[in-house]
Design a protein. Structure first.
Length: 660
């Protein structure tokens, strides 16, 4: 822990207490804080040990340019742009984050049209100097660097997935709920008709609570579902938004609030309970006080949903990381001040969507034809990566968890812990995990040392602004070093053999959970990137129209296979992952009529380069060790520059590791 900690002293004292081994059942309180509109690269692209700006597994654009180069614009520092503009770096303005705009930036999976659709400001990023509190949270606890929002679109439908595991249809239509109709639409939205997680929790006998203020920025999606809309109707309110707009505008809001309390008191007990848990709002600035009071009084429910106001949400429209950090500080201080509550709590900090801010990792999307996951021929999600930090006594240690998650993962965590079943689609259950891999209940990490408190950061001041691209651009350098990594449930592998003008690709995953693979063709082999969910073996045949092929397969946690060659490939390369030996077993068969010299060259992670002669028809076997778990090597043939096989990834053996 660095000197001058940004974390609450109460939390640091709680962290200094040893944590005994436990289990998921020891999590008695789950707290979700969903903030607004930031992408992973925008906040954490420079953080050491995560899949950020130094990502070795970054794909290329259709124009063979690095994915970080978007229409000639590289990621650039907000801080430096603010210095040039004389502006406050915290006051960036918002970008397009509509369904169509995000789909167009994602570009059928190539992920290479951000600047034309989001503007050059979408490439701006923060770093540790700008976000000391957020970086310290990630360095102290566990950050998830493969956490995606659920949809390639805006706030409300993404929050539907967080609150229900699903987004259905607008009432009375066959229009999929893919934009902010409910939160921005006309008075009296009739309400969605599928079940919410809080209703499921109630049926299972578990408590829950929404913590919110008079301004909740229309981000409490329970208001848009029929049981809660019915309660609003019974107290004579078309929407909570219109009522609290009057409250905030009134010189004396007391009469309005007193009349509301009178109507609420007249409700039947079941409706009163729904109102108190889902709809009641605290005065401006009172969210943290209400949460702290419940912690102190032993009233913290099994599940808490914290919905900040616009000013505290981190939305670039009207907030910043400074205000959002203040809300998080108060919540953490409340928990740290009562270590007996902290010892049984898991707090998840994430963001509903990415605004228009760039992220370089193409999200997993369903294979063509997957039911319930396409609208107008476009996949609904997963969406762009957003930050997720898991804060609990069992997530201490500065770990990175690289399992694929999305907002349904928050719901699945509740399913695992509280025995409910939400309406999550089959494909999303297959592709995204349940967040339990972010914890280590059996051997909690040693607590960090207590550090002195840092001076609070001043609130930002000035006007919103859009940054200008610097005249001289440079690729940002990621912080050096690695982080401890959680074990993952994948063991991906892939190989390719050529038969005439076709490449037969075999994708394998011997892990416990399905792994998502994306296949790219750079020489016209595919109309668009193809997606596969692999548990066991999946085979795909790709035809290449010219004499050569150039194919790329990427998967979770740095997995990569490059296949280049043509109809006259001299050798055939196959192999397997040896998890027990932490090695890659490679077999090379000489298919030509001439002797072949096959080279094995390390691109990273060590290992000695070697050249192996292979007679016609013979097969050579090479064991490539990966003592750290990581490997990256290129297999080539002397005199055949067009042929190459690149093998890169991590050998999973069920144990914690380090990031690559």
């Amino acid at each position: 822990m660095p000197a001058g900690s940004s974390l609450p002293p109460s939390l640091l004292r709680a962290l200094a207490r040893p944590v005994p081994p436990g289990s998921l059942a020891d999590v008695e309180h789950v707290v979700f804080v969903m903030l607004e509109n930031r992408s992973f690269d925008h906040y954490f692209g420079r953080m050491r040990g995560v899949r950020g700006f130094g990502d070795r597994n970054a794909v290329s654009t259709r124009a063979w340019r690095p994915i970080f180069e978007q229409d000639g614009v590289l990621p650039f520092s907000v801080r430096e742009a603010a210095e040039r503009a004389g502006a406050d770096p915290m006051l960036l303005d918002t970008h397009d984050h509509t369904w169509l705009g995000t789909q167009n930036a994602w570009a059928m999976g190539w992920n290479d049209a951000w600047v034309p659709n989001k503007g050059p400001g979408s490439m701006a990023y923060y770093d540790r100097r700008d976000l000391p509190f957020h970086y310290e949270l990630a360095d102290t606890f566990t950050i998830c660097d493969a956490y995606h929002c659920s949809l390639l679109t805006s706030t409300t439908p993404n929050r539907n997935y967080h609150m229900t595991g699903y987004t259905g249809y607008e009432p009375g239509t066959r229009q999929r709920a893919l934009d902010n109709v409910a939160s921005e639409g006309a008075e009296g939205h009739p309400g969605y008709d599928w079940v919410t997680v809080p209703e499921l929790l109630t049926r299972a006998g578990h408590s829950w609570q929404v913590y919110q203020e008079w301004d909740n920025y229309e981000c409490n999606n329970l208001e848009f579902f029929r049981p809660f809309a019915a309660v609003m109707d019974r107290i004579g309110l078309g929407s909570m938004r219109s009522f609290y707009e009057k409250v905030r505008a009134a010189e004396d809001p007391a009469p309005l609030l007193a009349e509301l309390d009178r109507r609420v008191a007249a409700l039947e007990p079941a409706d009163r309970d729904l109102y108190d848990r889902a709809l009641r709002r605290a005065p401006a600035g009172g969210l943290g006080d209400r949460f702290a009071a419940d912690v102190a009084a032993g009233r913290l429910p099994a599940v808490s949903y914290v919905v900040p106001s616009l000013a505290d949400s981190e939305h670039p429209e009207g907030s910043s990381a400074v205000e959002g950090g203040q809300v998080l500080y108060r919540l953490l201080d409340a928990l740290g001040s009562h270590p007996e509550v902290w010892a049984r709590t898991a707090l998840f900090i994430t963001y509903d969507e990415n605004d228009g801010f760039f992220d370089h990792v193409p999200p997993p999307v369903p294979p063509d034809g997957t039911p319930e996951e396409f609208v107008g021929g476009r996949p609904m999600g997963l969406g762009i990566r957003v930050p997720m930090i898991v804060v609990s006594p069992w997530s201490v240690g500065g770990h990175v968890c690289s399992e694929t998650f999305d907002h349904t993962s928050t719901v699945r965590f509740l399913e695992r812990r509280f025995g409910i079943t939400a309406p999550i689609g089959e494909w999303r259950r297959r592709v995204a995990g349940d967040l339990t891999s972010a914890f280590d209940f059996a051997t909690p990490a040693a607590p960090p040392p207590v550090a002195a408190a840092a001076a609070p950061r001043p609130l930002p001041a000035g006007d919103r602004w859009y940054p200008r691209v610097p005249d001289e651009q440079r690729m940002p350098v990621q912080e050096p070093g690695v982080k401890p990594a959680r074990a993952l449930p994948y063991q991906p592998d892939a190989e390719a053999v050529v038969r005439g003008r076709s490449v037969e690709i075999t994708m394998r995953n011997s892990g416990a959970a399905s792994a998502h693979f994306i296949l790219y063709g750079h020489l016209g082999e595919l109309a668009k990137p193809a997606h596969f969910d692999v548990l066991g073996t999946v085979e795909e045949v790709v035809y290449f129209p010219g004499p050569a092929y150039d194919l790329l397969v990427v998967g979770p946690n740095g997995f990569r296979r490059e296949f280049r060659g043509g109809t006259a490939d001299p050798v055939e390369v196959t192999g397997a992952i040896d998890a027990a030996a932490r090695a890659v077993s490679i077999s090379v068969t000489n298919r030509s009529a001439f002797p072949a010299e096959v080279s094995f060259a390390p691109l990273a992670y060590g290992g000695a380069a070697r050249t192996v002669p292979i007679a016609p028809g013979d097969t050579a076997h090479v064991e490539w060790p990966a003592p750290s778990g990581w490997y990256d090597l290129m297999v080539g043939v002397t005199g055949h520059d067009g042929f190459a096989r690149r093998l890169m990834g991590h050998v999973e053996d069920g144990r914690p590791s380090v990031t690559g």
